[in-house]
Design a protein around this ligand. Structure first.
Ligand code: ZN
Length: 84
């Protein structure tokens, strides 16, 4: 089931750890990467509620698999997870 980042869904999120891709703003939830920002305000909401309130949840910035592949192919090789 695709997770849509509308405001309603985002406001329901109860995450202890929020993982963001610093490249494309995808968000990882339970091992899946989501980029379907139905409403840009949902992203702002997420930032307001998580990023700007570090006590509420930990936010880590990382690089999602597709950005890793695009920008850091050497790392992909090292990890042996390059399937292209
Ligand atoms: Zn990315």
């Amino acid at each position: 089931m695709a997770f849509k980042f509308n405001l309603e869904n985002v406001s329901k999120l109860k995450l202890d750890l929020l993982t963001l891709c610093s490249g494309c703003k995808k968000v990882e939830i339970e091992g899946q990467w989501y980029s379907e920002w139905e409403n840009p305000k949902a992203y702002d909401f997420l930032m307001d509620n998580y990023f700007h309130h570090p006590g509420k949840a930990k936010v880590t910035h990382t690089v999602c698999p597709s950005c890793l592949k695009e920008h850091y192919p050497e790392l992909m090789k090292k990890d042996k997870i390059n399937h292209s």
